[in-house]
Design a protein around this ligand. Structure first.
Ligand code: 5AD
Length: 449
C-alpha cells in the first residue's frame, strides 16, 4: 500500500481540504503516513496569502527534492493556492515535482497519483476551474489518531469576490460558490452522530454564503438562515464560522448572536486598518465609523462577545497619521485577539503596483507597535478572568504546555488544565486560576468530574 504524507500551510480551509484529500486517498487504497520519512508521496498543500508562506513551501520542496536524489521513487506534489496561482511553472522550476493540483481539483488527486505510479514520469498539472467543485469537499477523516474528534469543520462555500486590493484569494480560490443549506445541515448532522459537539462553518467569505441563490427571508440573509438551520441540529452544542467580512454583519447577523443559543460568543471582524483613506484604497467597503458601530451593536446584542480582528501594517501609502488611526482603533476596541501582518506584495493584485510602498523596516516597526497594544490589552483582559468559571470543550492534550489538557471557551480562548483522557470531548466548567498575556490556566471547577 502506498503511503502519502500531506503537509498543510495556511488557513483552516486548507486544513479542511487536506483532510478531505486524505479521506479520498484512503478510499482509493492509499495509506496516510504520519511523517514524510516513511512516505512514498509527499504533498504540500500551499498558501499564497503572504510571500512568507510561499517561500516556506518552496523551501520545503527543495529539501524534499534532495531527499528524492537518494530515493528516486519518491513522488512530490503541490496542491492548493500556490499551485493555483503558479501552475505549471512550479514543475518547470523544480524538476523533482510530479504533481501540481489547483484549488478546484483536489478531488482528482487520487486518480492523478494512480496515473503517476503507472506512468512515464511526466509531471501532471491541473489548475482548471470546475463548476460544482464546492460540493466535492465533504468526506471527513474523523478520529485518525485514535482520538475522539470533538470539533468538526464543514466547508459551506468557496471563492471570494470582494477584491480587496491587497488580496490574492479571488485569484486563487475563484468566484463565490455555495453549497445548499440542506446539504450542509445534513453534513453537520452526520458529524454530530460521530460525536462532534462543535462545528466551524468554513469558507473564504462565509458571510456571502448562499447570497446568489437564496433570497432574504424576514430580513434574514442566506447565511443567517443557514445559522438558524444548523442551530436546530440536535446534539450539537456550539457553532462557529470563519472567515467572514465585516460587511456581512448586518442587523440580522448581529441579532443572531442574541437569538441562537449555539452560536458561540465570538466574532472575527477583520478590520485591516483604522484609517478611512486606507480602507478606501483597500476596497474594503466600510469606514472606521461604520466598523465601530458594528462592534457596539454586537456588544449590545451579546455582552459576553469576544471580538478578534486582522490588521495589515504598512499597506502602500499608509502614512504615520493613517497608522496612528489603526493604533487608536486598537485601543478603542480592545480586541480579544488580533492577527497582525506586515503588508506583503502579491502578484497581480492592484496594491502591488500602488505608489509609496512602505519600507520593510517601517512595516516591522508598525507591526510591533500594534502588537504591543494588543498584548497589553490581552494581559488586562486575562487578569480580569481570574477567579471566573468558564465552560470549555476539551480538545486534547498539548505537547507544548507541559502535556496539559486543553479546551476552548465559547469566546474562543484556549484554557490549559490538569486533567485526563477521560475529559476529552467533554464540556467542562473550569475556574481560571492563573493567566499570562496569551495563556489561561484553569482548574476543573467541579471536583467529582
Ligand atoms: N499582505 C499582508 N496580509 C494580508 N492578508 C491578506 N493579504 C495580505 C497581504 N497581501 C491578511 C489579511 C487577511 C488575512 C487572512 O491575511 O489581514 O484578513
Amino acid at each position: 500500500m502506498k503511503r502519502v504524507y500531506i503537509k498543510t500551510y495556511g488557513c483552516q480551509m486548507n486544513e479542511r481540504d487536506s483532510e478531505a484529500v486524505a479521506a479520498m486517498l484512503r478510499a482509493r487504497g492509499y495509506d496516510i503516513a504520519p511523517s514524510e520519512r516513511d512516505a512514498d508521496v509527499v504533498l504540500l498543500n500551499t498558501c499564497s496569502v503572504r510571500d512568507l508562506a510561499e517561500r516556506k513551501a518552496i523551501g520545503k520542496m527543495n529539501l524534499l527534492a534532495h531527499l528524492k536524489e537518494r530515493k528516486p521513487e519518491l513522488v512530490l506534489g503541490y496542491m492548493g493556492c500556490m499551485a493555483q496561482s503558479r501552475g505549471a511553472s512550479l514543475a518547470e522550476k523544480q524538476s523533482a515535482v510530479n504533481l501540481v493540483v489547483g484549488t478546484q481539483r483536489f478531488h482528482r488527486v487520487p486518480e492523478y497519483l494512480d496515473e503517476i505510479f503507472a506512468g512515464d514520469g511526466d509531471a501532471i498539472v491541473d489548475v482548471a476551474e470546475e463548476s460544482g467543485s464546492e460540493s466535492t469537499i465533504k468526506d471527513h477523516v474523523l478520529g485518525t489518531n485514535g482520538d475522539r474528534q470533538v470539533a468538526g469543520f464543514v466547508s459551506i462555500m468557496q471563492g471570494c469576490e470582494m477584491y480587496c486590493t491587497f488580496c490574492i484569494v479571488p485569484y486563487t480560490r475563484g468566484s463565490e460558490r455555495s453549497r445548499p443549506i440542506a446539504e450542509i445541515v445534513e453534513e453537520v448532522r452526520r458529524l454530530v452522530e460521530e460525536g462532534v459537539k462543535e462545528v466551524t462553518l468554513l469558507g473564504q467569505i462565509v458571510t456571502s454564503c448562499g447570497r446568489k441563490e437564496i433570497r432574504k427571508k424576514n430580513g434574514k440573509s442566506a447565511f443567517v438562515q443557514l445559522l438558524e438551520a444548523v442551530n436546530e441540529v440536535k446534539g450539537l452544542e456550539r457553532i462557529r464560522f470563519t472567515a467572514p467580512h465585516p460587511k456581512g454583519f448586518g442587523d440580522d447577523l448581529v441579532q443572531a448572536y442574541a437569538d441562537l443559543p449555539k452560536l458561540c460568543e465570538h466574532a472575527h471582524l477583520p478590520v485591516q486598518s483604522g484609517s478611512n483613506r486606507i480602507l478606501k484604497a483597500m476596497n474594503r467597503g466600510y469606514t472606521r465609523e461604520w466598523y465601530l458601530r458594528i462592534v457596539d451593536k454586537l456588544r449590545a446584542a451579546q455582552p459576553k462577545i469576544a471580538i478578534s480582528t486582522d490588521i495589515i501594517a504598512g499597506f502602500p501609502g499608509e502614512t504615520e497619521e493613517d497608522f496612528e488611526q489603526t493604533a487608536s482603533l486598537m485601543r478603542d476596541v480592545q480586541f480579544d485577539q488580533a492577527y497582525i501582518f506586515k503588508y506583503s506584495k502579491r502578484q497581480d493584485t492592484p496594491a502591488a503596483d500602488m505608489p509609496d510602498q512602505v519600507s520593510e523596516k517601517e512595516k516591522e516597526r508598525r507591526n510591533q507597535v500594534v502588537l504591543e497594544i494588543l498584548n497589553s490589552g490581552m494581559a488586562r483582559m486575562h487578569q480580569k478572568l481570574i477567579g471566573q468559571t468558564v465552560e470549555i470543550l476539551v480538545e486534547g492534550r498539548s505537547e507544548k504546555a507541559g502535556k496539559r489538557m486543553f479546551g476552548r471557551t465559547r469566546t474562543n480562548k484556549i484554557v490549559f488544565f490538569d486533567g485526563g483522557e477521560r475529559h476529552q470531548g467533554e464540556l467542562l466548567p473550569v475556574r481560571i486560576e492563573r493567566a499570562t498575556t496569551i495563556t489561561l490556566y484553569g482548574d476543573i471547577a467541579i471536583h467529582n468530574l
